[in-house]
Structures are given as structure tokens and as C-alpha cells.
Design a protein. Structure first.
Length: 480
């Protein structure tokens, strides 16, 4: 496993190492990555957030970035030159109000990235409702294997790099043919309280992956059409000399391209008629053949599972090819790929029980993840501990689809906190396997202790900290 250090760069004629910024909302995976990049550029960096938890808290601590708990105006040093504000903060937040009242200079994380990091680099952006983090990590790994030394900003800590963000190669004046590459996870969520465009419109990529498109983020989008409009804004920014790598089996993306497209498109999927396709050698997705325009070009054997990850890998290989990488030469490197923390990360084993931590936020992702695990473990029992934590989940936008997405599980323990505004009992009643709702994490761990048995696979699914439940359960088993 490669862990590359992040040096603090001293650049001649660059006064950034004398500047100080404060990052509001630093614990988020995107803003934590912005903090890492700013530190590498030579900025003095401090930050604050309401809750800071691993793995981002570990990264920030390693970088020596000063963290403050909460959004007190006093947490922002008076000598900060600029405040970078995350999209989780709204008007009425005391720190935001203090910044505005004082007339301080502020910007969004996406705009800061576009102004301070991306100029002089060719950007590869990875967009989609699902798989952005994994695909961004695969693409960065492939470019590294090809010797391209890419920079990247990933919405999670990449295990092969040990960090979520790095600058990569430096732009050189007059060297347009060898511009360094930067891979960015391109989120459709809005940019900031003062900029309601999707973050990805700031990046102006040379290559854009459109992985898939479904309804999500019910707190900001009223319907799929609203998300499609934002994706088309991204399409409008990709130059004619660039490339769009598009899931050829996604009807909503086909409709996006029908709105207008000015860039060469290469489609991927399982249909061999597409420019890029995959033929499974193992049903669990751990081995597959890569085809380009119908011809076999490589075989991938790797530790990832599921058809969804095959598509993620296929998209990344196509994007790498778009910037001149020999797919046949780099595909074997994926045997060494270690993915991202909290993407079906194996936490440990005890008493014959294997425990996974997964960053789940949408019914489709839940289903495909469990489908991949089922293909691997066969008839072994799968137990899911679920926390509906994303804004869309909490609003109930996915309530009807949640029970069917859990059909593969043999047992489900559902964390229905008292503040959940929708009827969890209705979801629980519709789950095919054994299912129960509990009001807090302690009750969830206790119930899991009664449910699991030797040979089980227990998957913790949440896009938040889940009160440290996966590791707490592992310790519980070890002490039993």
C-alpha cells in the first residue's frame, strides 16, 4: 500500500505560504480535501466544524491543521486572510453571520479549488449519483500506475495514497502538451449558501465521467429534471478537444446529452455494442474482461465486488485512455488496488463474524453493494445495520425504495432515531428478512449482539459517523 507524503511547498514568488485561511465545515470530505491542498500549497490553515470524526479527522490531525469545535465566531482568527465556507452552512449560522457582518473576504470550496489549484492543469471530473468516490480513486490510481503523478481531490481517504487530496505535478509555463492532471470528485450538490449552482460547474474539465443519474438530494432538487439541468451545465463546460465518458445504459444521461453536446462521447456498460464494455468472468465482479469497440484489450482481477464496481472501473479505464494511458498496460495494476476507506471496508473479524463499514446514502447503492457481497459470500447470512442519515433519507425521499433495496439481507437492524420525521415501522414491515427498528446506537449494538452468529457478514451502512458503531461492535464481539 502506497502512502505518499504531502510536502508543504515553498514556491519562489508565491506568497501563499504567508497567507492564512479558515475553513468553515472542514470535517466534510470535500472541505477536508480543500484543507489538505491549501496546506500543501503553503497556506496556513485552520478550520472549524460541528462534528469531526474519522477518517477525515485523522488526516487533518496528521497535517497539523488546527481544528475548533462548533461555529463560534471567535474560532476564526482575526489574522485570517480568507474564509472558505462549506455548503453545509446556511444563513443564520453564527460563524457565517460574523463573516458577513465584518465584511471579511469569503469564498466557496469549489471556487477556491477552481482558482487556486486547477489553473494550468487538465482536470478529469467524475460525476454521478453513485460511485463518484470509488471511480475517482480508481482513476487516480490508474494514472499513478501510468507514471502520470496526478493530483486529486477525493470524497474519502484513498487507502493506496493515505490521503483524500494532493496537488500532484506542478504546472510549467509554456508546456501545454504536458499539463499535469488533476482528478476531482465532481458533486452535483450545491456550492454554498451564496452560490446555488452545483459544485461541478466550477471545474471546467477536459474529461468528464457521467457515471449515472438518479433522483437524490431532495433537500435542494425538486425532481430528476432539475438534476439533469445541472448535469447539462457540466456538459456545456467540457471543450471540444476533451471527452465525455458516459454510462450508455442510463436513460437520464441519454436525455442530458440530447439537450446538446459539443464534445466527443464514449459510452460504457455491459452492452458489447458500446465503445467500452465489460464481460464478467466471475459473477461477483472480481474478474472481468475489458472490451474497447468490441475487441478484448485487458483483463481485470481485483478485490472489488459487484457489477456497479465493474462499471466504475470501466469508466475510469476509459477516462485514463482519453488522456493517453495504455489500458492494457495499467489494468493489471488494479490487482493491487485498495479502494477507499468506508467503501465496504472490512473493519475486522471476531467469532467468525466479518464486519464491514460502508458509506451508504441511496437505495440503489445499498442494493448493488449487497448484491456484490451476496455474489461473493453465497448462502452465508448478511446482516445490515442501517442509519438513514443523508438529507434525502431523513426527509423520507427514499422511504418507499428502502425496503426493496434491503431484500438481499437476511436481517436488518434499523436505527430510527426519535427525530426521524417519517414512519420507520412501515419500512421495517416491508423488509423481506428479519428486521427491527431501534431508537439509538446502544440499542442497535445490543440487538446485533443477539442477532449475529458464526459465519455472518455484518454491514454497517451510513454516510455519517454512526457513533463509531462498526468498531464498537467489533470490540463488543472481541470482549464477549
Amino acid at each position: 500500500m502506497v502512502h505518499l507524503p504531502i510536502p508543504v511547498r515553498e514556491r519562489i514568488g508565491d506568497n501563499r505560504n504567508m497567507s492564512k485561511i479558515h475553513i468553515l465545515g472542514i470535517a466534510g470530505t470535500f472541505m477536508g480535501g480543500v484543507a489538505a491542498l491549501a496546506r500543501e500549497l503553503g497556506y496556513q490553515v485552520e478550520g472549524s466544524d460541528q462534528a469531526v470524526y474519522p477518517p477525515m479527522s485523522n488526516q487533518l490531525e496528521t497535517l497539523g491543521i488546527s481544528l475548533s469545535q462548533g461555529y463560534l465566531p471567535s474560532n476564526i482568527s482575526t489574522d485570517c486572510d480568507e474564509v472558505v465556507i462549506g455548503n453545509a452552512l446556511s444563513r443564520g449560522n453564527p460563524a457565517v453571520e460574523a463573516v458577513l457582518d465584518a465584511g471579511r473576504r469569503y469564498t466557496s470550496g469549489a471556487q477556491w479549488l477552481s482558482e487556486q489549484v486547477l489553473p494550468g492543469r487538465d482536470t478529469l471530473a467524475v460525476a454521478g449519483t453513485h460511485g463518484k468516490t470509488t471511480t475517482t480513486t480508481i482513476l487516480s490510481f490508474l494514472l499513478q500506475a501510468a507514471g502520470r503523478e496526478p493530483g486529486f481531490l477525493i470524497g474519502g481517504v484513498a487507502e493506496d495514497f493515505g490521503v483524500s487530496a494532493r496537488l500532484g505535478g506542478s504546472p510549467q509555463a509554456g508546456d501545454a502538451a504536458e499539463r499535469p492532471l488533476f482528478v476531482v470528485e465532481a458533486d452535483e450538490y450545491d456550492t454554498a449558501f451564496f452560490d446555488k449552482r452545483s459544485k461541478f460547474v466550477h471545474y471546467r474539465p477536459l474529461v468528464a465521467i457521467l457515471n449515472n443519474l438518479e433522483f437524490d438530494h431532495a433537500d435542494i432538487f425538486p425532481d430528476v429534471a432539475a438534476i439533469q439541468r445541472q448535469f447539462h451545465h457540466l456538459v456545456r463546460t467540457v471543450p471540444g478537444r476533451g471527452r465525455l465518458i458516459v454510462n450508455g445504459e442510463d436513460k437520464y444521461l441519454a436525455e442530458v446529452l440530447a439537450m446538446g453536446c459539443w464534445t466527443p462521447v464514449e459510452r460504457f456498460g455491459f452492452d458489447p455494442a458500446l465503445e467500452w464494455s465489460a464481460r464478467l468472468l466471475n459473477e461477483d465482479g472480481s474478474r472481468f474482461v475489458v472490451l474497447h469497440r468490441g475487441a478484448d484489450v485487458a483483463t481485470v482481477e481485483w478485490p472489488l465486488l459487484g457489477r456497479h464496481n465493474v462499471l466504475n472501473g470501466l469508466a475510469a479505464l476509459a477516462a485514463a485512455h482519453a488522456v493517453g494511458v495504455d489500458v492494457a498496460a495499467v489494468a493489471p495494476a488494479l490487482a493491487r488496488f485498495h479502494s477507499v476507506k468506508r467503501r465496504m471496508e472490512v473493519i475486522g473479524q471476531s467469532q467468525g463474524v466479518t464486519i464491514y463499514d460502508d458509506f451508504a446514502h441511496h437505495p440503489t447503492a445499498i442494493h448493488t453493494t449487497l448484491e456484490g457481497l451476496r455474489a461473493k459470500v453465497g448462502q452465508a447470512r448478511i446482516v445490515v445495520a442501517m442509519e438513514p442519515r443523508s438529507n434525502s433519507m431523513r426527509l423520507g425521499a427514499h422511504a418507499d425504495a428502502l425496503a426493496p433495496s434491503l431484500d438481499i439481507a437476511d436481517a436488518v437492524v434499523f436505527l430510527a432515531r426519535p427525530e426521524l420525521p417519517w414512519d420507520a415501522a412501515r419500512v421495517i414491515a416491508a423488509v423481506r428478512g428479519e428486521a427491527q427498528a431501534v431508537p439509538d446506537t446502544d440499542a442497535l449494538l445490543a440487538r446485533l449482539g443477539e442477532v449475529v452468529r458464526d459465519g455472518d457478514h455484518v454491514v454497517f451502512m451510513s454516510n455519517g459517523g454512526f457513533d463509531g458503531a462498526p468498531r464498537r461492535f467489533l470490540a463488543q464481539l472481541q470482549q464477549a
